[in-house]
Design a protein around this ligand. Structure first.
Ligand code: NAD
Length: 253
């Protein structure tokens, strides 16, 4: 029986902070060799140093905008050069520009798609042939439960994350016989520094996000990372094409 500690060369995007960093920590704890990437170079460097010190791992890092095709390719190349393969790609980079649809601007609409969809498309497009050649791969995307329930002020973000959910089923079918699984973890509100900031700025809006969660609180970042850990493992070999909500029971509503 396969275990979680096999095939553990992993790329985590958007891993300088927030949920991505929690995922990188969890995979390192699972025994992964890591390459982490993020737009925020200073925070990324700090994260790489901390992960190396804490887990005794050789952590590769690359700073840049992953919606840029060349940057996405450079991350994949770095993992290949450093570790000789890529078993796991976690497409976590993203984030919403949460505001009423009519208040979005051409710039925020484009940034939302770039950040949440193009990052995933480019990294997945470059990694898929590599995983196919090695007849093994785990792609785990971070989507959003708001695609399912709408949620206030999330329309543009849902358009981008809905693309990620669609890519998941499409790629899962295409690569199903290649030893590659493709899944998406779709969280509800998560207790990130960003969520803390929204709560400070607009407590009424934050309360709306949390009121739809039967468990009565946002997810902790580690609760999202735990699902990623399972889907990224060798033992999750028969789970593919799924969008799995980590949402404190919101699907029941
Ligand atoms: N926080 C939540 O409540 C929540 C809920 C559902 C889904 N998500 C998703 O989870 C993921 C992580 O969110 P978070 O709350 O930790 O956000 P965050 O802003 O704390 O972290 C996201 C990271 O991605 C990086 N990033 C963004 N665009 C990038 C790009 N183009 N290239 C490279 N790096 C880029 C950022 O620099 C940042 O470090 C995102 O995809 C987000 O949409 C978050």
């Amino acid at each position: 029986m396969a275990t979680r500690r096999q095939n553990n060369i992993a790329i985590v995007t958007g891993a300088a902070k927030g949920i991505g960093l929690a995922i990188a920590e969890r995979l390192a704890r699972d025994g992964a060799q890591l390459v982490i990437a993020d737009l925020d170079g200073a925070a990324l460097e700090e994260a790489a140093v901390k992960l190396s010190a804490r887990f005794g791992q050789d952590v590769g890092s690359l700073a840049g905008d992953l919606s840029d095709q060349a940057v996405a390719k450079a991350v994949i190349d770095l993992a290949l050069e450093r570790f000789g393969g890529i078993d796991i790609l976690v497409n976590n980079a993203g984030g919403g520009i949460i505001k009423p649809f009519v208040d979005q601007t051409p710039e925020t609409l484009k940034a939302t798609i770039d950040r949440n969809l193009w990052t995933v498309l480019w990294c997945s497009w470059y990694v898929a042939p590599i995983m196919r050649a090695q007849a093994y791969g785990r792609i785990v995307n971070i989507g959003a439960d708001s695609v399912r329930n709408g949620l206030w002020d999330h329309a543009a973000y849902n358009a981008a994350k809905g693309g990620v959910h669609g890519l998941t089923t499409g790629m899962a079918r295409e690569f199903a016989r290649d030893g590659i699984t493709v899944n998406t973890v779709a969280p509800c509100a998560v207790n990130t520094p960003q969520m803390v900031e929204i709560t400070r700025r607009d407590p009424a809006l934050a309360a709306k996000f949390v009121n739809v969660i039967p468990v009565g609180r946002p997810a902790e970042m580690e609760e999202v990372a735990s699902m990623v850990s399972y889907l990224a493992s060798a033992e999750a070999s028969f789970v593919t094409g799924q969008v799995i909500s980590v949402n404190g029971g919101s699907t029941m509503l």
